[in-house]
Write a protein that binds this ligand. Structure first.
Ligand SMILES: *[C@@H]1O[C@H](CO)[C@@H](O)[C@H](O)[C@H]1NC(C)=O
Ligand SMILES: *[C@@H]1O[C@H](CO)[C@@H](O)[C@H](O)[C@H]1NC(C)=O
Ligand SMILES: *[C@@H]1O[C@H](CO)[C@@H](O)[C@H](O)[C@H]1NC(C)=O
Ligand SMILES: *[C@@H]1O[C@H](CO)[C@@H](O)[C@H](O)[C@H]1NC(C)=O
Ligand SMILES: *[C@@H]1O[C@H](CO)[C@@H](O)[C@H](O)[C@H]1NC(C)=O
Ligand SMILES: *[C@@H]1O[C@H](CO)[C@@H](O)[C@H](O)[C@H]1NC(C)=O
Ligand SMILES: *[C@@H]1O[C@H](CO)[C@@H](O)[C@H](O)[C@H]1NC(C)=O
Length: 253
């Protein structure tokens, strides 16, 4: 392919993706639902700190005041329409075609920049997906671990590179937690407080370097609802009873 065709294909994929995502989300939006002004302000601030080269968040603007109609935003389906979900993930899948992965195209579609703590204004947020983005190796913002309303937190391959803070134990409503490729250091035992967890993603395959330690795994035995665990790439050298603990989990498949 010539560079021109490549760019052209890239544009088409981006346009198609955009329309596809809009159709998906539009189906869940009803006209009568109104956005709460303080939550709209929070989203505007959040957007200001993100870098969005493909302008995926163009609908996040004040001339379109009902933030429940903004792309990637899902509100509760009743009169007090709180923002419940933010789907700010970037999948790699659409950028694989003709057996090739078009990284340049993918890179243009990713979010980067900063995560602003205005997200804390979204008092009913239960779903936050930032997976597949490029936050440039910065520490996972600690304030994300104080959003206790979350049931779903996905930071899979989001370009973070930090330790998990002990506060993670406060997110006791979590059902789905994915920190794959985003963490270093030792996993804090407070993660054992997340007794409702069904999915725990802790993959790590940064080349040869195994970036996190599981340490003492007694916390694992508290996760009795767990059905999915991926810890490939973890350094288990200090975790002699890992296998035994895992085998004792009732729901693990
Ligand atoms: C604001 O959002 C509306 C609805 O998505 C869009 O039609 C309009 O172009 C946007 N305006 C700007 C300045 O991005
Ligand atoms: C409104 O939505 C919230 C969150 O989804 C829910 O907890 C609440 O019960 C709903 N209220 C009504 C009146 O439907
Ligand atoms: C975000 O993830 C959902 C699945 O969880 C997927 O259907 C969607 O296509 C992804 N969005 C983007 C823009 O990659
Ligand atoms: C969030 O945004 C506000 C306003 O732009 C700024 O003052 C504040 O420092 C930001 N906070 C973080 C944690 O980046
Ligand atoms: C969150 O956890 C930290 C330490 O694990 C604790 O000191 C703090 O009080 C907790 N915060 C809330 C709001 O529960
Ligand atoms: C673990 O959960 C208990 C009870 O729910 C709570 O009191 C405690 O603060 C939590 N610990 C951490 C570190 O979050
Ligand atoms: C795992 O961690 C131990 C120290 O706890 C270290 O000696 C060892 O080299 C690590 N293994 C790998 C493959 O990095």
């Amino acid at each position: 392919m010539s560079p021109n065709t490549n760019t052209h294909t890239c544009m088409l994929v981006l346009i198609f993706l955009h329309l596809y995502c809009l159709t998906l989300l539009a189906s869940s939006k009803s006209e009568s639902i109104e956005c709460i002004p303080s939550e709209r302000e929070a989203l505007v601030t959040f957007k200001e700190h993100l870098i969005d080269p493909s302008n995926r968040l163009s609908s996040w603007n004040i001339s379109n005041p009902n933030c429940c109609h903004w792309d990637y935003v899902v509100c509760s389906n009743n009169v007090t329409a709180h923002v419940l979900q933010l789907h700010l993930n970037t999948s790699r899948d659409p950028f694989h075609y003709e057996d090739k992965f078009n990284y340049l195209c993918y890179q243009k579609y990713m979010f980067s920049g900063e995560i602003n703590d205005s997200v804390l204004e979204l008092k009913h947020l239960n779903y936050l997906d930032l997976s597949g983005n490029d936050f440039g190796g910065m520490q996972v913002p600690t304030f994300l671990f104080s959003i206790t309303s979350l049931t779903h937190l996905d930071l899979f391959d989001a370009g973070f590179e930090g330790k998990i803070p002990n506060q993670i134990g406060n997110l006791s409503n979590l059902l789905h937690l994915d920190l794959s490729h985003s963490i270093i250091g030792t996993i804090p035992h407070q993660i054992g407080n997340l007794t409702n967890l069904i999915h725990l993603g802790l993959q790590s395959d940064f080349g040869e370097q195994l970036l996190f330690h599981v340490g003492n795994v007694h916390w694992l035995s508290g996760l009795t609802s767990l059905e999915y665990l991926d810890s490939s790439g973890a350094n288990l050298s200090k975790s002699l009873d890992w296998l035994q603990t895992m085998q004792a989990l009732p729901s693990l498949r």
